[in-house]
Ligand binder design. Structure first.
Ligand SMILES: Cc1cc2nc3c(=O)[nH]c(=O)nc-3n(C[C@H](O)[C@H](O)[C@H](O)COP(=O)(O)OP(=O)(O)OC[C@H]3O[C@@H](n4cnc5c(N)ncnc54)[C@H](O)[C@@H]3O)c2cc1C
Length: 422
């Protein structure tokens, strides 16, 4: 994308010599971080603690950032990173260890104590909005710079050594105002629809897969119904159960793609969950009001490489994982740590080696996580549509996979490592 195209994207006037006009310079920082999710806030905290000058630009307001419920299962490695950098106080108080999942299908049910089997340990259940609140509070208390309601629109000169970020801020009257942050490096932690992805110079490849499966993601004000992550494999589609707190539970229901989420009344949702989770055989679900619902088309993608010039991609901006194996937030934290170390080495010690290796290091972790998530998708979902030969073949394979997982210790160890590992 040319400078003038990006400027037009930013809604600015473009002068005859191709530069932008009508943009005020809002500030400078060695590292301009786009997005205050897990990736941006871990990166901001680590840089700040090492004395690196940085600023976080966040599109939403603080209340929105602190209440957006998404992930909940933190891998042991994520907890290790947060602890090592003094960011785990809330997690230690409120996190609940979790180590068991239960699979249910037409062949019965079995439990897998993955926490005691694999080398990667257990999960800690801690809602993402709590983690983000902790990271945000820590960063601001330490004197970190963060601009809320500041949307990055485009990254200019990403290929050069003085990139800048064109931003749009609210002015209180709904008009907005364009500004610009200049930096030495830009960290794109602004998710899959952010400005970092939109601004990538040529030469970045996007590997993409649409799994053809759609979930209704639900948050219920209801205590968990079982003391494990529940995965129900059913000809009518997948159903999942994941505890968030003692009062809140996340459920997933595979639904027909393109169907309206509103078509699902609360009664219908609970009845369908109970049916697929075989509540009649294994115990009733504890019902409560559904306070959040979202339709999620299961897709995965990976951008490669994760660095172009001065612009780095981190977290969901780098790679989108289907939520089937609960990996996205964990990868985001890991990549933020890798990038933070590399930036400190470069900016404080003049050693650019880590930055040069950033993309290759992260991609290794990302593809392992993608591979495991893909396996989970194949295991859990019946292909939508009528039960033809292909569907029946797929379902028989999934049954065989479940049986192998139930009976083979070696397979269980492989699962445990892939499930918790990042
Ligand atoms: C229903 C669901 C359940 C999930 N469960 C799990 C789980 O159990 N475990 C797990 O590990 N992962 C899970 N995930 C995935 C996980 O939530 C994401 O991978 C994680 O949030 C990625 O963190 P991030 O910081 O990269 O991006 P985000 O959390 O998306 O943060 C990006 C931030 O950038 C801001 N932003 C966006 N565009 C701009 C812009 N142009 N300018 C400035 N700011 C911008 C956004 O407002 C946001 O605050 C789940 C996801 C979903 C949807």
């Amino acid at each position: 994308m040319s400078e003038s195209q990006r400027a037009q994207l930013a809604g600015d006037a473009v002068t005859g010599d191709g530069t932008t006009s009508g943009i005020t310079d809002d500030g400078t920082a060695d590292v301009v971080i786009l997005g205050a999710g897990p990736a941006g806030l871990v990166l901001g905290n680590l840089l700040l603690a090492s004395g690196i000058d940085c600023v976080v630009l966040e599109r939403a307001d603080r209340a929105h950032v602190q209440t957006r419920a998404r992930a909940g299962y933190l891998a042991a490695n994520t907890v290790r990173i947060l602890e090592e950098h003094g960011l785990a106080e809330g997690l230690r108080r409120g996190g609940v260890p979790h180590a068991v999942c239960e699979f249910r299908s037409g062949d019965g049910r079995f439990r897998l104590d993955y926490g005691s089997i694999g080398p990667a340990g257990a999960h800690t259940v801690y809602p993402q909005q709590e983690l983000v609140t902790d990271l945000l509070t820590h960063y601001l208390d330490a004197g970190g710079r963060l601009e809320f309601e500041t949307e990055a629109v485009a990254v200019l000169d990403a290929d050069g050594t003085r990139p800048s970020v064109v931003v749009r801020t609210a002015d209180g009257e709904g008009q907005g105002r364009n500004g610009r942050w200049r930096g030495r490096y830009v960290a794109g932690c602004d998710g899959r629809h952010g400005a970092a992805r939109r601004s990538l110079p040529a030469g970045v490849v996007r590997h993409h897969r649409d799994h053809g499966v759609t979930w209704l993601g639900l948050l219920a004000e209801a205590p968990p119904s079982l003391d494990a992550v529940g995965y129900a494999v059913h000809r009518r589609g997948f159903a999942g159960h994941m505890a968030r707190t003692s009062e809140v539970t996340r459920y997933y229901l595979q639904i027909e793609r393109g169907g309206p989420a509103d078509a699902w009344s609360e009664q219908r949702i609970w009845d369908e969950l109970a049916l697929r989770m075989r509540a009649a055989d294994y115990g009733p679900l504890r019902r409560g009001p559904i306070v959040q619902r979202a339709v999620v088309d299961l897709e995965s993608d990976v951008l490669e490489p994760l660095r172009r010039g001065s612009l780095f991609l981190v977290g969901d901006a780098a790679s989108l994982l289907s939520p089937s194996a609960a990996k996205g937030a964990n990868l985001a934290v890991l990549e933020a740590e890798i990038l933070a170390r590399a930036l400190v080495d470069d900016l404080a010690h003049g050693n650019p080696e880590g930055l040069d290796r950033y993309s290759a290091r992260c991609l290794e972790h990302i593809w392992r996580a993608q591979e495991f998530s893909h396996w989970m998708i194949q295991l859990l979902h019946s292909p939508p549509g009528p039960a033809d030969g292909e569907t029946l073949f797929h379902d028989a394979l999934a049954r065989s996979r479940l049986e192998t997982l139930r009976t083979s210790r070696t397979h269980q160890q492989w699962f445990a490592e892939g499930y918790v590992g990042v």
